[in-house]
Design a protein around this ligand. Structure first.
Ligand code: GLU
Length: 476
């Protein structure tokens, strides 16, 4: 029987989720679902200098919002917990002690200043920065004295420069890392806390992670972690190093780029479905472009992933997908989703009842690309549009505008009988040489402030009779 697939999303709570980590979370989630495995959330909160609780809480909220439910993790628990690294200190200490006993690691007393200076000198000489192993062969007496003097130290892993390790990457196949290209790395910091390299390795090992799917910026960490897996004779997980997401200029997407953080996208009215859909289809070939989490997890072709270059973040594509998702969901759901956007821009809209809002959305959602668009597409219901005669003249000519306005005033009495009103104006207007587009465009303009937009019939259904009459009766 093959081993149960166990994958994990392991964010460091550094403030907010960005597209890169959401993509990693998503791909892990899809992989676990497709393989009937487990998707684990582990919060890597060992950096004491940050306010981690709040940021970790936000990650849980964001994953929930995105619909990426985990099978084991914070709050929910699981048999490999705890799932906050800050609660696993004893576990790391125990494994560090084992490495000390086996003499796989050594104390390094070098000061930060020395290390910095060495790094700068190496770089100035065009050499890659490497630790020079000054502390590798300190005598026992020397070490004892330094400990008595309370000199701060860190533990370093002793790499064998002759060794190489091979990992299996789902997109690139076998990757070989030669240890002569790396230097003895730190497992602890001077304050006694553990480094990412170490805790992340211990947890992947103890949590029985079978596949590590993370950004390709972690490739060199993988090399060093492979050394630890090998050293402890633990089977290496498989890896997939996901390509980076870049901006239009091809640079790694950063805080300065719109769309980098989930907060930006939420605030602009992107739906969770669209964000997952977009991140699920970029960088891989996918025939069906509009796909739910379920579709993605069924159809994602994990057996044939080719290694791609960086992926460009394409806001237009995401917006197109969002537009499609706005048309897809139930009106009930959409109504709830648009409310905060609507209420923020149009305070009277708070009095609108749900049935009316749903009805309006049924007519108008095809004009919305983001939830934020709700205020511009619905504004005409709440506010009389500002209209000007010369705008009509510019659009259809002075003479035509006289004709159409006269016709509208003449038949205003029927304005509450939509069909009769529109048919009469259409008939008489055509007789006078006007085009349908000119007639309806002008009526639409008087009612909504725009020549293009929802169908005239929809507008007549949305606006109450008094509003229609008042707006059409506008005398210039
Ligand atoms: N805490 C690491 C990060 O947020 C985890 C990387 C990994 O998935 O191993 O980058």
């Amino acid at each position: 029987m093959s081993k149960e697939v166990r994958v994990r999303f392991a964010p460091s709570p550094t403030g907010f989720l960005h597209l890169g980590n959401i993509r990693a979370a998503l791909i892990n989630y899809l992989f676990a679902h497709q393989k009937n495995g487990k998707f684990i959330l582990r919060i890597e909160d060992t950096d004491k200098s940050r306010n981690l609780d709040e940021a970790a809480f936000e990650i849980l909220q964001d994953l929930k919002w995105l619909g990426l439910k985990y099978d084991e993790g914070p709050i929910l628990g699981g048999k490999y917990g705890p799932y906050y690294q800050s609660q696993r200190t004893e576990i790391y200490q125990k494994h560090l002690n084992d490495l000390i006993l086996n003499q796989k690691i050594y104390r390094c007393f070098c000061s930060m200043e020395r290390l910095d200076q060495m790094r700068q000198e190496q770089m100035a000489q065009g050499k890659p920065p490497r630790y020079d192993r000054k502390c590798l062969n300190l005598s026992n007496d020397n070490i004892k004295q330094k400990l008595v003097d309370k000199e701060p130290f860190i533990w370093r892993f002793k790499l064998d420069p002759e060794q190489f390790y091979e990992i299996e990457d789902m997109a690139r196949g076998k990757i070989k890392f030669e240890m002569r290209n790396f230097s003895d790395f730190a497992l602890t910091r001077q304050d006694g806390s553990f480094t990412f390299l170490f805790t992340n390795f211990v947890d992947d090992w103890l949590m029985n992670i079978t596949h590590v799917i993370r950004g390709e910026d972690h490739l060199s960490n993988t090399a060093l972690q492979a050394a630890m897996f090998d050293d402890l004779a633990v089977t290496l997980p498989k890896f997939w190093h996901l390509p980076m997401i870049c901006n239009k200029e091809g640079k790694k997407l950063s805080k300065r780029d719109f769309g980098f953080s989930l907060k930006d996208l939420k605030k602009e009215g992107f739906l969770p479905e669209s964000i997952c859909n977009y991140l699920g289809i970029i960088g891989v070939s996918f025939e069906q472009e509009i796909a739910s989490l379920e579709d993605l997890s069924k159809k994602f072709d994990f057996e044939n992933i080719s290694s791609t270059g960086p992926i460009r973040f394409d806001i237009e594509k995401l917006t197109w997908i969002n537009h499609k998702w706005i048309q897809k969901g139930s009106l009930e759901k959409l109504a709830n989703e648009v409310k905060p956007f609507l209420y923020e821009k149009i305070s009277q809209s708070k009095n609108l009842d749900d049935e009316k809002l749903k009805f309006f959305l049924s007519k108008l959602r095809s004009d919305m690309k983001t939830l934020k668009d709700v205020s511009s597409v619905l504004n005409f219901y709440f506010e009389d549009p500002k209209v000007e005669k010369n705008k009509i003249e510019n659009q259809i000519g002075k003479q035509n505008s006289e004709i159409i306005l006269d016709l509208i005033y003449k038949h205003l009495n029927y304005a509450d009988k939509t069909e009769l009103f529109l048919n009469t104006i259409k008939f008489e207007g055509k007789e006078k040489g006007l085009k349908i587009k000119e007639i309806f465009g002008t009526i639409r303009y008087l009612l909504t402030g725009k020549f293009e937009g929802p169908s005239i019939h929809d507008i007549f259904q949305i606006l109450e009779d008094e509003k229609i009459k008042k707006r059409l009766a506008r005398v210039f």
